[in-house]
Design a protein around this ligand. Structure first.
Ligand code: FAD
Length: 361
């Protein structure tokens, strides 16, 4: 199956308003892999009346789009989706197949991989293509290397040399969508698939309201870490004070600059279950590997060390500001604007500097 396999497939999700951002990011990830393999990026979509969306996939970087065209795919029903996608994989034999690491992507990818059967490396933040030599297994050319945080402090490189397609889920926020180029040309192919009868069906899918806080939709994320529990001299502080400073900065950004700002947090701060922060900061604020991946215009890390699991959730922010009292904190290795100092002084100073109301001495 390895030799005859060809094509970097990406599974494209869509809503009434178009292709999802996760899907556009996946096309960009696919392009990066396909360039190294000298293969095409093939978008896979399920549903009916998808011509416009298929064209959007091409203008965002896909070479081909396979559309399994049937109204039966509404509403989303995982068993039907898996059967249709599995049939395509069996027939066309892609080399690589990428899914977004979101609810739907994970739901389908794991089931398809099991049926093929092939491996599935989940939650990747980078992808590479390299040759792989292993004395026990042999030599493999042009392998997709799947890179994700491990359970400690490192990035793990996952090799799945023997089976095709090499399947992976890609963490949303890890790649940037490509510029829309309406002049790009590509092929759209409609594929028939007769759905079997299922003992159950989905009657309705209800969309959840946007999450609160909407970290993904924010222009600026101001994140608080364990550092807020003490000031620069090591004296315990009421963390509500730091929260209030963050809120003041948020208000200034929103009122003076018309930027949408949200407050994030490190997992360490959330898991510390600090009583005074109850009702102010919860798991919904968490940025990082096991929280939300964000890519705002500006990320402001306040009293956060910059551990790998936090970094993978914010490292692609356009500009990173870090306030930390330790000049050797890891976050300073990748922050664009390092501020070395006590957050209880520097955060209100920052708010004042940009024209706001910070009120600390
Ligand atoms: C499987 C797994 C998944 C994980 N997922 C996540 C995740 O999704 N998100 C996440 O954030 N973490 C995650 N972690 C935890 C991660 O490894 C770190 O422990 C965590 O990010 C550290 O949080 P922190 O930076 O707030 O705390 P610390 O590492 O304790 O850093 C606090 C920082 O504050 C600074 N500081 C202290 N006082 C002040 C002051 N007054 N002024 C300025 N600076 C000050 C210190 O110098 C220090 O750098 C995960 C860990 C594992 C094992």
């Amino acid at each position: 199956m390895t030799e005859e396999s060809n094509g970097v497939w990406v599974y494209l999700q869509h809503t009434k308003s178009g292709l999802t951002t996760d899907s556009l990011e996946l096309i960009a990830a696919g392009r990066q892999v396909a360039a190294k393999l000298s293969q095409d990026v093939v978008g896979v979509m399920l549903g009916s009346g998808l011509d416009e969306l298929a064209n959007a996939a091409i203008s965002h970087g896909a070479d081909d789009v396979l559309v399994v065209d049937s109204p039966a795919f509404e509403p989303y029903f995982n068993l039907a989706y898996v059967d249709a996608i599995y049939a395509l994989v069996k027939e066309r034999k892609p080399y690589v197949f990428l899914f977004a690491a979101n609810e739907v992507g994970k739901d389908i990818a794991a089931r398809v991989a099991f049926k093929v059967p092939t491996g599935l490396a989940t939650d990747n933040v980078q992808l590479a293509v390299e040759d792989y030599n292993n004395p026990a297994l042999g030599q493999f050319k042009n392998l997709l290397i799947q890179v994700r945080p491990d359970f400690g402090t490192r990035l793990a490189r996952i090799y799945t040399p023997k089976h095709r397609p090499q399947m992976a889920t890609v963490r949303p926020g890890s790649f940037s969508p490509l510029q829309d180029d309406p002049k790009r040309k590509g092929r759209i192919e409609k594929v028939d698939f007769t759905l079997p009868k299922y003992p159950a069906r989905v009657k309705e899918v209800v969309e959840l309201p946007p999450p609160v806080p909407d970290l993904k939709g924010a222009d600026v994320v101001i994140s608080l870490g364990l550092g807020i529990l003490k000031d620069g001299s090591g004296k315990p502080r009421d963390p509500r004070e730091a929260f209030r400073y963050a809120q003041e900065l948020k208000s200034v950004l929103e009122e003076h600059y018309h930027l949408k700002a949200e407050i994030g947090a490190s997992r360490a701060l959330i898991y510390a279950e600090v009583k005074p922060l109850e009702g102010l900061i919860s798991k919904a604020n968490q940025v990082g590997q096991t929280g939300t991946t964000v890519r705002p215009k500006i990320y402001i890390a306040v009293g956060i060390s910059g551990a790998l699991q936090h970094r993978v959730g914010m490292q692609f922010s356009s500009k990173i500001v870090a306030i930390n009292s330790d000049p050797d904190a890891p976050i300073f290795k990748f922050a664009h604007y390092p501020i070395v100092g006590d957050l209880y002084e520097e955060l209100p100073k920052l708010t004042r500097a940009i024209g706001g109301v910070g009120n600390a001495a």
